[in-house]
Design a binder for this molecule. Structure first.
Ligand code: GLU
Length: 373
């Protein structure tokens, strides 16, 4: 009897406590089990995955969705709280320039709306991955890391490395040390900067490399290691605002080869190109009748940017006048006009020129941009 009344009293007390709790709950949200768990262990960094497709999702019989890719890597849950969204599910070369603008705007929106978001990972096909990465490097105005990744083998192949690349990329995006370094490309446990990285091999897994200057860091089992900082203006220091850009102007890329005809350059201009990029031989040489194409470009006020087809090395800037009052020396015959892209590859020079032309067509200002970015 006594035991029972004690039990009853305990029940009543518990009931009263729950009423008090209930009242309190109307003032503050109840503490959930997961919130209590978070109070004990520090919350994992939040990383957003924006999937665009590519070999990393190109499973035989049906492409993997963003959620399926995340679900296929349980180890992600140990390093970050990953939420995924499907932007597209196509090969990288199938993305349009309008979609590039949309991806940049979407990433800026994600950062703007979520100050606690640690970073963003973008999955992409590898073929033009370096172009998307450089475009984002010039347009996403936030210090937080944007990591672009993909894979060389698809999910149906033996040795598919997409899961390892995704895990490494999320670790980099969640790493405080990755902020302020511009857009990063992470595959094969290596971190390369978007400006300098290029796909160097059509098939090998170790295809992404930054010729001449090397990787920025590595993703090792114990931690993410950075050893360099990418130079050049990017992200928060960029003057390009995708919110204000409705379309990118047409810019075409040409290569110098023995006896190359200049009429192709003229045709591009007649078809609406607002700028040309020429991958010259060596350090600026052109061939055939390309000089006539450049003269046409000059006449039409279409800027021509010189890069090198060698795969590394610089196109030097315009030669300076010899002394005060001296006229600027002319480019010798057979050399490309000099808005010099420095060591930017032809496809990346095209991206910078497209963005630059949304602001100016003045050649001195264009040259300034090629020197700064
Ligand atoms: N390698 C292709 C790319 O760069 C991917 C192929 C595919 O996704 O269909 O996008």
């Amino acid at each position: 009897m006594r035991k029972r009344s004690i039990a009853l009293m305990l029940c009543l007390l518990a009931g009263a406590a729950s009423v008090v709790h209930g009242q309190a709950a109307t003032m503050a949200p109840p503490v959930s089990a997961s919130a209590q768990a978070t109070a004990q262990a520090p919350a994992l960094p939040r990383v957003r995955l924006v999937a665009t497709g590519g070999t990393i999702s190109n499973r035989r019989g049906g492409r993997l969705t963003a959620d399926e890719i995340v679900a296929s890597v349980p180890a992600l849950a140990e390093v970050a709280d990953v939420e995924a969204e499907q932007f597209a599910n196509v090969a990288s070369s199938q993305l349009t320039l309008e979609q590039w603008l949309d991806i940049a705007r979407r990433i800026e929106q994600l950062f703007r709306e979520d100050p606690q978001l640690a970073g963003v990972v973008v999955t992409s096909g590898t073929d033009t991955l370096e172009e998307l990465a450089y475009f984002l490097h010039l347009t996403v105005r936030d210090r937080r890391p944007v990591v672009v990744t993909g894979s060389m083998r698809n999910p149906s192949q033996v040795g598919y490395e997409g899961q390892a690349n995704l895990l490494a990329s999320v670790r980099v995006a969640a790493d405080a040390g990755a902020a302020g370094r511009g857009v990063l490309v992470v595959l094969n446990d290596e971190i390369n900067g978007a400006r300098d990285v290029t796909k160097t091999d059509a098939l090998r897994l170790h295809t992404f490399a930054s010729r001449t200057f090397g990787a920025l860091g590595v993703v090792d089992t114990d931690r993410v290691v950075f050893r360099r900082t990418a130079e050049g203006r990017h992200t928060t220091a960029s003057e390009f605002d995708v919110a204000a850009i409705t379309a990118l102007p047409r810019v075409d890329v040409f290569m110098v080869y023995q006896g190359a005809p200049g009429d192709l350059l003229k045709a591009a201009i007649d078809f609406g190109a607002k700028g040309l990029v020429i991958a010259t031989a060596g350090a600026g040489a052109t061939s055939g009748t390309q000089g006539e194409g450049f003269a046409y470009a000059r006449e039409k006020g279409v800027p021509v940017v010189a890069t090198t087809r060698t795969g590394s090395g610089r196109i030097a800037g315009p030669r300076r006048p010899a002394g005060p009052g001296a006229a600027a020396p002319q480019d010798p015959p057979g050399m490309a006009p000099r808005i010099a892209a420095g060591d930017l590859s032809a496809v990346k020079a095209r991206i910078l020129l497209m963005l630059a032309l949304t602001k100016t067509s003045d050649s001195a200002d264009l040259q300034r941009m090629f020197s700064e970015y």
